[in-house]
Design a protein around this ligand. Structure first.
Ligand code: KIV
Ligand code: NA
Length: 265
């Protein structure tokens, strides 16, 4: 199998092929996601919500992200593995950003890192890139800043925020980022940014004109049914399937139906 690189993702944009992306946080899920043909696997700090049950992405630590990332890397043969640098491990300090990125690359074997923000974190982006570590940007609704926004609603609906987003996206490209995630922004703005950038954009809740799409795998598989924003398409109802399977197991154990003779030694 030919491994996906940042250069291959660029070629996909150049020829108009959309880039498919999903999250994964562990070995078993990463194996399934990779084998199904997803191009880019993000070890998102959404692990803070999905895996650890926190209300926001802020509490997850660098050590915890490295644990998730090293598990994912072992399950992946083809996809590019990108890891979120967590809140508090890069903002406002480019030396710390570089140290965090190097730890992720060395200790997990991942292929790239992602950081949230534009002009505010320019120095950190440049510093990490200068070490030869590919960087993915993330603009629009950046969940590490949720207490600044105060709400998870759509970003950049007003002209001033949209203008800043376009400037930030161009800055990321000029610095050498290989791609940028656009989260929860108007579809028309995604189209504009994707046309104006050479590097591929990856959208979530950002309409059809991003160069790629990403979803949280537990959300699209219907494992987490409480989260249902309009941008989410459910491809399976694993919550129901798992609930029924486990309920059947409990009933079989209680009825002394499991294990039977064939399942015993
Ligand atoms: O952490 C995450 O899952 C993400 C994606 C939703 C882009 O950052
Ligand atoms: Na994230």
């Amino acid at each position: 199998i030919k491994r996906i690189t940042t250069h291959i993702l660029q070629e996909m944009k150049n020829r108009g092929e959309k880039i498919s992306c999903l999250t994964a946080y562990d070995y078993s899920m990463a194996r399934i996601v990779d084998a199904a043909g997803v191009d880019l696997i993000l070890v998102g700090d959404s692990a803070s919500n999905v895996m650890a049950g926190h209300e926001t992405t802020l509490p997850i630590t660098l050590d915890q992200m490295i644990y998730h990332a090293s598990s994912v890397v072992k399950g992946v043969k083809r996809a590019l593995v990108v890891v979120d640098i967590p809140f508090g491990s890069y903002q406002g300090n480019s030396s710390e950003a570089l140290r965090s990125a190097i730890r992720i690359m060395k200790e997990s074997g991942a292929h790239a890192v992602k950081m949230e923000g534009g002009a505010e974190i320019k120095e950190s982006i440049i510093r990490v890139l200068s070490a030869g570590i590919p960087v993915m940007g993330h603009l629009g609704l950046t969940p590490q800043s949720i207490y600044k926004f105060g709400t998870y609603s759509v970003r950049a609906k007003e002209d001033d925020e949209a203008t800043k987003l376009i400037e930030d996206a161009k800055m990321l490209e000029q610095c050498g980022a290989f791609s940028v995630v656009l989260e929860k922004i108007p579809a028309v703005l995604t189209k504009k940014v994707s046309e104006q950038l050479t590097i591929p954009t990856v959208g979530i809740g950002a309409g059809p004109d991003a160069d790629g799409q990403i979803l949280v795998v537990h959300d699209m598989l219907g494992i987490n049914k409480e989260f249902k924003p309009r941008f989410l398409r459910r491809y399976a109802d694993l919550d129901t399937i798992m609930h029924e399977a486990i309920g059947q197991y409990v009933a079989d154990v209680k009825a002394v139906d499991f294990p039977n003779a064939k399942e015993s030694y």
